[in-house]
Design a protein around this ligand. Structure first.
Ligand code: ADP
Length: 222
């Protein structure tokens, strides 16, 4: 992959479950006109479509465990080779383990990533957020509800708002523990190669988006 001498924008977004990563990643990708590559969304689409990947991933995801590095590397390699990823990409949910991070860096090189953004939100805040998270069963838009009465239809497409199958208390606890064990150490790795920028993820979503855009603009020199 030619990743060093073009104007492509390549971003990685980190953040524990419920940090607002999916929401901010969608906005950033839209702002920069690059595909939002969410491995969680890709896996959920595969489950919905009943593909071989989906059949393999469903039970693992519902239990809050991680799909194997081997499978995830295949998924990402194939996705980054798609034509729409030529102008760049935003990775959300990948890399999540040391082997995934190493494989990504081998694939694109340290210069092939502009910045790795870490949306930092404390663990006690995210647990509350996840229990009020609802997603549109049709388009995947993310909402926060204060009561079940609030959970009507998707404002974007009219689809039904549902709780994710893996947003059970047990699965959330497991995913947060895995994040601390496997993914948090990657922040040091990206910091060590000068690619990490940490942003406080507690606050108004619009302000957080502005901060993220300011950081990316500075890194890409626009
Ligand atoms: P969350 O960050 O809330 O766990 P995601 O939508 O990012 O949600 O991922 C949902 C599930 O998909 C994960 O719990 C895991 O089972 C699987 N998954 C997503 N990305 C990866 C990855 N890079 N490596 C392994 N498993 C993954």
């Amino acid at each position: 992959m030619d990743s060093n001498n073009d104007n492509a924008i390549r971003l990685v977004v980190f953040g524990r479950q419920g940090a607002g990563k999916g929401t901010q990643a969608t906005r950033l990708a839209h702002h920069y006109g690059i595909p939002h590559i969410s491995t969680g969304d890709m896996l959920r689409a595969a489950v919905k479509d009943g593909t071989e990947l989906g059949l393999k991933a469903k039970a693992i995801m519902d239990a809050g465990q991680l799909v194997s590095d081997e499978i995830m590397l295949g998924v990402i390699e194939e996705r980054l080779a798609q034509p729409d990823a030529a102008p760049g990409w935003l990775l959300d949910g990948f890399p999540r383990t040391a082997p995934q991070a190493q494989a990504l860096l081998n694939m694109v090189g340290e210069n092939g990533i502009d910045v790795a953004l870490d949306l930092d939100v404390p663990e006690d805040v995210v647990v509350d957020r996840i229990s009020s998270r609802r997603v549109c069963a049709d388009c995947g838009a993310i909402y926060s509800v204060n009561s079940e009465a609030d959970a009507s239809d998707c404002a974007k497409c009219g689809g039904r708002l549902v709780q994710r199958d893996d947003d059970t208390e047990e699965s959330i606890r497991k995913r947060l523990a895995l994040y601390n064990e496997q993914t948090a150490p990657l922040l040091e790795l990206f910091d060590g190669i000068g690619l990490l920028a940490t942003v406080n993820g507690v606050g108004e979503p619009d302000e957080i988006t502005e901060k993220l855009i300011a950081i990316v603009d500075e890194r890409i020199g626009s």
